[in-house]
Design a protein. Structure first.
Length: 470
């Protein structure tokens, strides 16, 4: 009598081995640890340990799924690998300061490469699972940076009043200090959780399934995440954060209104209108409490005149000009707009970039305007990347992001919404957020790698390749 052999599912003609569930949980735990402490100072041991564990497991998972690399869905993976190849080519043949670029190469690019391996392996493992058992763990990890901030805010503001001795590591600082976290780091690490919460609320509103009470509790939890993130942006006076939260809300309302749904047009219009009204109301309140918003147009009229008003070159060393109303411009308005325009001009004049993820704007500005001092970033992450790795490098990153957003439509829920909304928020926040620096650049590559892994198994894949827990 012949005995039949159990054949594993195949992708791209290659037999795939199942990933043990316990190993996926280790990957999830490593992600939670990494994401929780990534922007915190003085915790390099936790961060590097999590990265190392995740990368080692990631190598194993990627090897087991190596057949996927020959499929057309693997295009984002190849684009990211091409980015690393471009960075290497740029270092040896294009860069304008080999010494500094080499230092960044072995620091930032190696860091990003390790994170990419970790993320790709994690995404591949998660994409092969069904249900939301791993999703909850990943989303919990994404919410921890906001939760840590809320704890710090409470202890800093009210701890001493309750008689607590607050350690330095649990306090919030407004300027450089051993445990200071730049507010520009909060947006890249907190906005994606807000955007995904919007995606989950949209899914609940459009779903026919689930008890009303359970759905209400889920929506309440996601609204709390949104409220906590907006509070962080408010407490840190982050105009960018509020702006991108509003843009995400507008996308949310648009999808509610125009996506296919079993709900009537009247109900969809009501839901979309409610979302827009709430988002605009919150933004209006923020604008009323933030003077720079009110002077934005007047300050912008001065900022666009780079030659006539050149104070932007000296980073307030020569003071700030006055706008048409005779009021001194706000530095956050005038300088960032002027730096953006100057950076755009430099990018067109140097389409292959200078070579440094950090401070390419300062180097190129010094070449064009020798009297400039104390410049650093343009405060536009995408523009800083164009100045660093050139328009080809920027095209590889943006191309990867857009392809992944498109591929998310063919991925099973909940990872379809996870990919789309997280990358949408990243696409927004890098427009005017100072993100071209070590941690945030590595996080960008991490997100691209993770989402690339998540999109490799489409909804028509018949069986899970992750072993269930016994």
């Amino acid at each position: 009598m012949k005995t039949s052999k159990k054949v594993s599912p195949t992708i791209g003609g290659v037999s795939e081995l199942k990933i043990p569930a316990w190993l996926v949980w280790v990957q999830c735990l490593a992600f939670i640890v990494l994401y929780s402490v990534w922007i915190l100072p003085e915790v390099v041991g936790f961060r590097n340990t999590a990265l190392a564990i995740g990368a080692v497991i990631g190598l194993y998972v990627v090897y087991q799924n190596r057949g996927l690399l020959l499929h057309k869905r693997a295009l984002p993976i190849w684009l990211i690998l091409s980015l690393f190849a471009w960075a290497s080519f740029h270092l040896f043949f294009i860069g304008q300061d080999f010494h500094l670029q080499w230092y960044e190469y072995v620091r930032i690019w190696r860091y990003a490469a390790i994170g990419f391996i970790f993320a790709l392996g994690l995404g591949l493992s998660l994409s092969q699972s069904k249900g939301k058992k791993y999703w909850h763990a990943i989303y919990l990890g994404m919410c921890i940076p906001t939760a840590i901030y809320l704890v710090k805010f409470f202890l800093t503001s009210y701890g001493e009043g309750f008689g607590f001795a607050i350690p330095a590591s649990l306090q919030i600082y407004q300027s450089s200090a051993p445990f200071y976290v730049p507010k520009s780091d909060y947006i890249p690490f907190c906005l994606p959780a807000l955007a995904i919460a919007l995606g989950e609320i949209k899914h609940i509103l459009q779903s026919k399934e689930g008890a009303l009470k359970i759905n209400f509790l889920k929506m309440t939890a996601y609204f709390l995440v949104i409220a906590a993130t907006l509070f962080l942006f408010y407490a840190q006076s982050m105009k960018n954060g509020f702006l991108y939260a509003l843009l995400c809300a507008l996308v949310f309302a648009t999808l509610i209104l125009f996506e296919n749904s079993h709900h009537s047009l009247k109900r969809r219009m009501l839901l979309a209108g409610a979302g827009i009204v709430i988002a605009i109301s919150i933004m209006y309140i923020h604008i009323q409490q933030n003077a720079p918003w009110k002077a934005l147009i007047a300050d912008a009229k001065i900022a666009v005149q780079l030659d006539k008003y050149d104070e932007w070159k000296y980073n307030e060393r020569k003071g700030l000009p006055k706008n048409e109303f005779g009021q001194q411009v706000f530095g956050t308005n005038y300088q960032r707009i002027a730096w953006g325009i100057a950076g755009a001009k430099l990018s067109l004049e140097n389409p292959l970039g200078y070579g440094l993820i950090e401070d390419s704007f300062a180097k190129l500005a010094k070449q064009k305007w020798p009297d400039s001092v104390d410049l650093s970033h343009t405060h536009s992450g995408w523009l800083d990347l164009a100045l660093a790795i050139g328009l080809p490098g920027l095209a590889l990153i943006l191309g990867t992001l857009l392809v992944l957003m498109k591929q998310s439509g063919n991925v099973a829920y909940p990872w379809s919404d996870f990919v789309f909304w997280s990358l949408l928020s990243i696409l927004f926040l890098w427009v005017t957020t100072e993100s071209a620096q070590t941690v945030t650049f590595a996080a960008l590559i991490f997100w691209l790698g993770m989402c690339a892994g998540l999109t490799q198994y489409p909804v028509d894949q018949p069986d899970s390749l992750v072993e269930p827990l016994a």
